[in-house]
Design a binder for this molecule. Structure first.
Ligand SMILES: [Zn+2]
Length: 142
């Protein structure tokens, strides 16, 4: 008796069971009974390539899917499907960064528009005052 992994299709259940190794004239297989429904479970012992367990087992399917998912990179077209949350967050962050930049640019433009007139006016006024002071000092000394 050795412990073998089985999958019961009826119960949709992965289970490790004490299995009996059965040898016939044509095949070698492990045999056990489902822990839930008592159905006969079989694993091919000499022909793993044709052992239904490998495509039936939920555990193995999940492991295969996980391996596939782990290989998907953010740029891949199927990335969005598997990593929806992360993808959406990345999209949101990008959009927020973009929006922030646009807002900052708008604010800056508005600031310049609002103050340009005042700054240039003040500059003109300053120059006018300076010019006037120059004239006054040069004429006042006489
Ligand atoms: Zn079962």
């Amino acid at each position: 008796m050795s412990v073998v992994s089985f999958f019961c299709v009826k119960c949709d259940l992965d289970q490790d069971r004490d299995a009996e190794l059965v040898r016939t004239s044509v095949a070698k297989f492990f045999r056990a009974r489902c822990s839930r429904c008592d159905a006969k479970l079989i694993r091919k012992a000499d022909d793993p390539a044709h052992d239904p367990y490998f495509w039936e087992s939920k555990k193995l399917r999940a492991q295969r899917d996980k391996l596939r998912i782990d290989l998907i990179q953010p740029g891949a077209s199927n990335f969005r499907m598997y990593y929806k949350t992360q993808y959406d967050k990345m999209q949101r962050d990008l959009e927020q960064a973009e929006q922030k930049e646009i807002a900052q640019r708008k604010e800056r433009d508005a600031f310049y528009k609002k103050w340009w007139y005042n700054i240039s006016t003040r500059g003109v006024v300053k120059h006018a005052i300076e010019a006037e002071e120059k004239i006054r000092s040069s004429t006042g000394s006489r």
